[in-house]
Structure formats: C-alpha cells, structure tokens
Design a protein around this ligand. Structure first.
Ligand code: DAH
Length: 355
C-alpha cells in the first residue's frame, strides 16, 4: 500500500515537475530588469537557496529512480539557463552604464577635445578668403608637372638663366617631368583651358631642391593669383595688393612696390609691407629697413598670354605669388621652417586660440 501510494505520489511529482520546468523556462526567457536591484531580486527569486529552482531540486528527491536521470538533466539545464539569463541581464545593464535609474540627463556632457588646425592651413584659408571676397575662385593643378607648364609657357626658354633661380627636382628627362617649383604652373593650365575673364587663386605645395635648414625647405606652399580681362592695369594690381595687405595684416599696413624681375611678368615687382613689429621705424626683424618682403607680382608678360592662346592685344592681366610659410612667419613669428612639417604636438597646440 505504502509503496503503491508513494509511487502514485512520485508519478504526480514527476509530471508536475516537467510542467514546472517548462513554465519556468518560458518565464526566464521573458525576464526583464530596469536596474541592478531588479536583477538581484530576480536572482533571489530563481537561484537563491529559497528560490524556485532550489524548491524543485527538493522535489527531485521524490522522483522515482528510473526518471531521475532524465529529470536531473532537465533540472540542471534549467539552472544553467536561469544563471545565464540573470548574468546577461546584468551585463546588458553594465553596457548601458549601469543603473538606468541613476542616469542623470541634466549632467553636463564630457568635453570633447578638439584637434587644432595647422598654422599653414589657417593662413592659407585666410588668404583664400580675402581673394574670394574680390571674386577670385580656387584653381588647382598637379604637383608632378611637365617642363612646358612650369617653365617654357611662362617665358623660361630652355637654357634661360632664370631657370637656375629655382632648383628643380626632375623625375625624368626627355620628356622632362618634374615636381613643380611654383604654383605659376597652374596659371598656364587655366589659361589654356578657359577663356578670359579669368580670376583665380591657386593654393598648393611646391618643391625645390634645397638643403633643409631653419630658413629653407625642399617643399613649401604658395598661393598664386591671376586676373586676366580687357584693360587690366598695374593700378588694379596695386589696389588688390593694398586690399590684401590691410585685410591680412591690419588697416594700418603700408605697402611698397620695388622693381624686380620674373620671366613671366613685365613689368615685375616685389611687394613689401611696413614692419608691424616696429611700426616701420626699423628693428632686427626688418633688418632696420622698416619694411618686410611679402610677395612677387607683375603684369602678365604678353609672351605668356600668346603661349596660352590668349590675344595680348585684346587682353591684359596681373599675377602675384606668395609663400604661405612666409606669411605665416610674419603673422605668428615661427622662427624655424622645419617646425611646420615635424608634427610636434606642442607646436601645433599653440594654434588652438587661432581657430
Ligand atoms: N613664381 C614665383 C616664385 O615662385 C612667384 C611669383 C612672382 C608668382 C611673381 C607670380 C608673380 O605670379 O607675378 O618665385
């Protein structure tokens, strides 16, 4: 009797345990918790000594021997499944930065550390911006060039001594392929592909075969400007230069033009600005003259216009070219040209304020 009764009882236990295991699995699959405290509550409910799964383990004692193996396995699986679910709820919250209730939406955001702009980029943008206000648009050309664009079209015939003014990196000879020594090559690229009026500004990197020192580098940056139209005169050039100098260096700036020589301009000039360090009185920066040299310029030589298919009887124009490093030195007094290409963060960080 007793054993028959206990058998029946055990059979019921077995059936109800399977049902309970399945129901619990279902329940566990749908668990949700808003914060760490809720996860802990769930852990206690399912996995603690007095929890649901321990209670089932207790019932397991009444299961008949022949079913123990199967039910034992199911119970163990249930326990692992519950542990896994609780752990993954905990991890999900940790990924959310912990406690969702503790999320303070009014807190100030962590500051984002901005990088700094390179001083040469800052100055190049300023130069471009000034010329843009005068109606100039940006034109660009290749750094690897041919002899015609860099020299010949610009009135440097072969063996012309002015070629020695610029020590050139040749990539190949015959045909001559070289790294451009100046951005004037972009002038002829534009003049041969566009019709006047032309009003362009050409920023870019140029290369010269020079020993690297504090005062010279084998690459540097230039900005070139070119204006071609009917009746463009030297007065237009002078006014453009004055506008540029005052926008760049302040309204008190004076300019002066000295006669010079470039094969591609006639007449040619170099522009100086009054030294803003001593106010023109003369100091060590301007070598006592009160003036500092800024750029080269002139009226486009008729030979250059003809070489590019523009009729010099109908059109005239002016050109000017300046070194971005030189302008940057004047604005920020950088003493050593090598600093511009060393990527030293301490140097670059000094330009945060100049953003
Ligand atoms: N290309 C010259 C150089 O690199 C600079 C220059 C001078 C450009 C006079 C010009 C110019 O457009 O008119 O030394």
């Amino acid at each position: 009797m007793l054993s028959a009764y206990s058998y029946l009882c055990d059979k019921e236990t077995q059936i109800s345990m399977i049902e309970k295991i399945n129901a619990l699995k279902e329940e566990l699959s749908n668990l949700k918790a808003a914060n760490a405290a809720a996860v802990e509550e769930l852990r206690i409910k399912y996995l603690s000594k007095k929890g649901t799964i321990s209670a089932l383990m207790n019932d397991f004692r009444n299961v008949p021997a022949e079913s123990k193996r199967e039910l034992g396995q199911a119970l163990n699986e249930l326990k692992s499944f519950a542990t896994e679910r609780i752990n993954s709820l905990r991890e999900a919250l940790a990924g959310d930065n912990g406690d969702a209730d503790a999320l303070d939406l009014t807190r100030t955001a962590a500051p984002v550390r901005l990088g700094t702009r390179h001083p040469l980029s800052l100055v190049r943008e300023q130069i471009i911006d000034i010329f843009r206000r005068l109606g100039f648009t940006i034109a660009e050309g290749p750094e690897v060039e041919d002899d015609w664009h860099v020299f010949e079209s610009l009135n440097f015939p072969p063996d012309h001594p002015a070629r020695d003014m610029q020590d050139t990196f040749f990539i190949s000879r015959n045909p001559d392929v070289l790294l451009r020594t100046h951005t004037s090559s972009v002038q002829t690229r534009v003049m041969t592909s566009q019709k006047p009026p032309i009003r362009i500004i050409c920023p870019g990197r140029v290369y010269r075969n020079e020993a690297i020192s504090a005062r010279a580098h084998c690459f540097f940056h230039q900005v070139e400007a070119l204006y071609i139209d009917k009746k463009v005169t030297f007065a237009d050039l002078r006014q453009t230069l004055l506008y540029f100098a005052r926008e760049m260096f302040g309204p008190q700036t004076q300019i002066r033009l000295r006669p010079s020589y470039f094969p591609f301009t006639e007449p040619s000039a170099e522009m100086d600005i009054s030294c803003d360090l001593c106010g023109g009185k003369g100091c060590s920066f301007c070598k006592g003259t009160g003036w500092v040299e800024i750029l080269g310029c002139g009226m486009v030589d008729p030979n250059v216009l003809s070489a590019c298919g523009i009729d010099p009887e109908e059109y005239s124009g002016f050109a000017l070219g300046m070194g971005v490093e030189r302008i940057t030195n004047l604005k920020y007094r950088v003493k050593d040209l090598r600093l511009f290409s060393e990527n030293d963060k301490r140097f670059l960080d000094e330009f945060v304020a100049a953003h």
